[in-house]
Write a protein that binds this ligand. Structure first.
Ligand SMILES: C[S@@+](CC[C@H](N)C(=O)[O-])C[C@H]1O[C@@H](n2cnc3c(N)ncnc32)[C@H](O)[C@@H]1O
Length: 269
């Protein structure tokens, strides 16, 4: 098995574990904010890559009258997505698709988006080329990616400290949250680029409640615990210590900011 194939199998197992749809409720307005910055209007076609259950971008876009295709490597998320969409009275297309090999013709979509989705595909240059390929000339690509130096970057780094080292050549997903890195990745395509550093606020009733919830529902944590065996308790304690360290609340609840980079790229005509 090639390293890429092996990494994709791990990614499928990781994101099938837990229940992303429940975790998705912690992502606030990153999607609607992205849609605002993308200057969308009813009737446009939009592809959302790594859409999960669609709550961030795909369903809000459909509510604005766009013709939306929601894709994900893991189709398990789509049942929850269809329920969410039905509850608000919209329908969209749900298509199983790897961000590294999008099953669409060149120049198919007016808008191409990913909130915290495509960043997990292991070959970043290939993911970038796929996003650009399926976007129409004059169309726009909008990305939201956790920053490496932010709190979510710290969570992923902590997980990395406990797990075996990744294969040589592995670049962490949060590299997509660095403006300089994204400029270099997208340089071959002559896109007009605009960047913004933004915050997603995470709020929960207590750090301990949040930890219990995340370790039950967030796939990367569920699979890390399975892999860690006897070190799982140590890993959980280290996570809880990090929540305490970043917590801005002083009343026993949890409130912290997740820093992310929003990228808007306009494809030349
Ligand atoms: C953090 S969740 C974000 C989901 C959604 N965009 C949101 O904002 O709610 C990451 C998503 O990326 C998906 N994913 C991971 N690797 C992928 C890949 N190579 N291609 C497409 N989707 C992928 C996962 O299955 C998961 O649904």
């Amino acid at each position: 098995m090639t390293i890429d194939r092996e990494l994709q199998d791990i990614a499928r197992r990781t994101w099938s574990a837990g229940n992303w749809d429940k975790v998705a409720d912690f992502i606030g307005n990153a999607g609607p904010r992205l849609l605002d910055a993308l200057d969308v209007s009813a009737g446009m076609t939009l592809l959302d890559v790594g859409a999960g259950s669609g709550g961030s971008v795909a369903i809000p876009a459909a509510l604005r009258g766009l013709d939306v295709t929601a894709t994900d490597l893991v189709p398990d998320h789509f049942d929850a997505g269809r329920q969410r969409a039905a509850q608000v009275g919209v329908s969209l297309d749900w298509v199983e698709a790897d961000a590294l090999d999008l099953p669409f013709e060149d120049e198919s979509f007016d808008r191409v988006t990913s909130t915290f989705g495509h960043m997990f595909a292991p070959d970043h240059a290939r993911a970038a080329s796929e996003l650009v390929r399926v976007c129409k000339p004059g169309g726009r690509i909008g990305l939201a990616c956790w920053s490496p130096q932010g709190t979510i970057g710290r969570f992923f780094a902590l997980t990395g400290e406990f797990l075996p080292p990744p294969p040589p050549g592995f670049v962490p997903p949060v590299a997509w949250g660095s403006e300089q890195y994204v400029r270099e990745l997208l340089a071959p395509y002559g896109l007009d680029l605009a960047f913004q550093e933004l915050l997603n606020t995470f709020i929960d009733e207590s750090p301990q409640h949040y930890e219990d919830f995340m370790f039950a529902n967030f796939g990367p944590l569920v699979t890390a615990v399975e892999a860690l065996g006897e070190r799982a308790d140590e890993f959980r304690a280290a996570n809880l210590a990090l929540y305490d360290d970043i917590n801005q609340a002083t009343d026993g609840t949890l409130r912290y900011e997740g820093q992310y980079l929003q990228t808007i790229a306009v494809k030349p005509t």
